[in-house]
Ligand binder design. Sequence first.
Ligand SMILES: C[S@@+](CC[C@H](N)C(=O)[O-])C[C@H]1O[C@@H](n2cnc3c(N)ncnc32)[C@H](O)[C@@H]1O
Length: 243
Amino acid sequence: MTSHPPRPHRDVVSFVRRSTRMNESQTKAWERHAADFVIDIPHGEMDTSVADGTEVDWAAEFGREAPLIVEIGSGAGDSLVPMAAGRPEANVLAFEVFEPAVASTLGRIGRAGLSNVRVALVDGAQALAKLIDDGAVTELWTFFADPWHKKRHHKRRLVGTDFASLVTAKLAPGGVWRLATDWEDYALWMREHLDHHPGLVNVHDGWAPRLAERPVTKYEAKGLAAGRTVHDLTYRRADAPQD
Ligand SMILES: C[S@@+](CC[C@H](N)C(=O)[O-])C[C@H]1O[C@@H](n2cnc3c(N)ncnc32)[C@H](O)[C@@H]1O
């Protein structure tokens, strides 16, 4: 009988490994813009994990001190780029694990002529935990996170109680977490896990109105075309003063 060496321990992650093959325009965008906008993070066991002990000087990476907005799972940058363009006063940092999507994002950043965006090709949950100071995030965006429908996969959902505790630690006083999903069961799951989290307050005491600055992305359009309802949610760090 063949014996296999023990497999390295892999944490449960909210994404699947996919081919990293880029098309021609993505390759060009990468070559042209990666040096300016991609932050290299030393990786650990997986190429999307963050090596222990890594520290990043964000002000140096952005070339300035500014309020920090973080997006996790930015995909091809469909929301990131127009929303960052509308927030020139903020440093906007995106974490995305899928390299071709990051390359598309770079093309968009270049075409929009933005200087306030940086992208890191890394697991955003780990990066938030390891690389971002407590209380440093003025806004966190998680739009159309992978729904992981099957019950046995629910543990892979990005949004849950543990992640909410992490977000609570990282949000600045008065900081907000904006979410959107086109999957009803995930939307309800979010309410179930976040509404009663001691570190968060549901700003609208229910569903949030659609965030005006959030463009309709391909994921949202697909959900709407399939007859699904899109839900937005906004939470604020619990110790922040109320409106
Ligand atoms: C369904 S797509 C939505 C993309 C984008 N937010 C949009 O609305 O167009 C979810 C994205 O999250 C990324 N993702 C999932 N888990 C992640 C994680 N832990 N860190 C970084 N990216 C992640 C996936 O690779 C994928 O690109």
